[in-house]
Design a protein around this ligand. Sequence first.
Ligand code: SF4
Length: 411
Amino acid sequence: MIPGTQIISVNGRAIQDFLDWEFLSADDELIVETRQPDGEDVIYEIERPEGEALGVALEPPNVRRCANRCEFCFIEGLPQGLRRNLYIRDDDYRLSFTYGNFATLSNVKEKDIQRILEYRLSPLYVSVHATNWEARKVLLNNPRVPDIVAQLTRLAQGGIQFHSQMVIVPGLNDGDVLEESLTDLWNLGDAVLSAAVVPVGLTQFSHLYTGDPLSRDKARALLDHVERWSDKAVAERGETWVFGSDELYLLAGKELPGPEHYGEFAQIENGIGSITSLRMRVADGLEDLPRLDGLRVGVVTGTATSGMMPDLLRSLTRATGGEFKLIALENSLFGPTITTAGLLVGADIRRALAGRNDIDIALIPAETLNDDRVFLDDVSFDELRDELPVPVYPSYDFIDVLSSEQLAVAA
Ligand code: SF4
């Protein structure tokens, strides 16, 4: 097929999007009806050798936009002037299945439900926030949201499973509302694979939500609530099932649980167990590290994780002989309430590392960069690296960079 060809149907079924193509083109014998860029209709009869890909690359899908206006929406809290795709409020069950993006299901129509069931799009990642219908309407700022319990029940009866999350806005969906949410999700049985409880994250630009961020006392009360449920889940089902996010533990000032708590780390992308996973990867990688005696390593991180870093850095010093210096940064773009290392921007790193003559290399969180190696504030990593006085390496877990050969040469 030539670029720009429109795929109209496969084996007589109309193609709406990448999902239809993915599922309907799985057969070995295909009749593909197409419209060429010049308007000519062409039908391909394809017999595919077993296991071979068709080699068709689809255009990126049109993302389904969100119909809500959540009180706590992070996108509403973005400053002006960032690249356009950062402002897209997607709420797309197809991306939930394909990439693990969370979706509220509030824009899902009957025909979408039919597709989820027919294609068995499972597991889905669902932003529940509250199962109480009235509370959910307030949280999502959308009086037309469907009843999430009815939606999940219907899908569960069709064999669909879910990972769920509740972003907690103090006073709106903690306390009794959270108790009701966890009870409803628990009662869906095996269909709900996990439930995450995440504190609301507000930037200095958030303007919808006018309440307070989570105080330490409220974070502790929330974590106690979560732990009562996780104790019950372990006792009755043999798995933790409900998890407080890493940020919730940090806000509450409580030690994070060990790896056994997180099982398969199903919601690690959602900040559930990522610190514990980092500790595990460092501990596992220490013995393979080369000696780095005398090498002075600056480690850039956000303020949220700065407290747990000294122990990790000491273990790296013991294993390598290198000298590790913690560089904890406030986020200049989103403000001091956003403390996550992965949301630091190029300007923060430039400011922190310019003129640092007391280190030989710097490690920065790899999560700060997108696939094009660009920070959230559009600063290019390659340009930044060229202007800084020390070599800079994006790193996920220190071990990835410290064990690399190029670094051993630098040392
Ligand atoms: S569902 Fe809420 S938080 Fe998510 S994009 Fe929409 S408004 Fe923002």
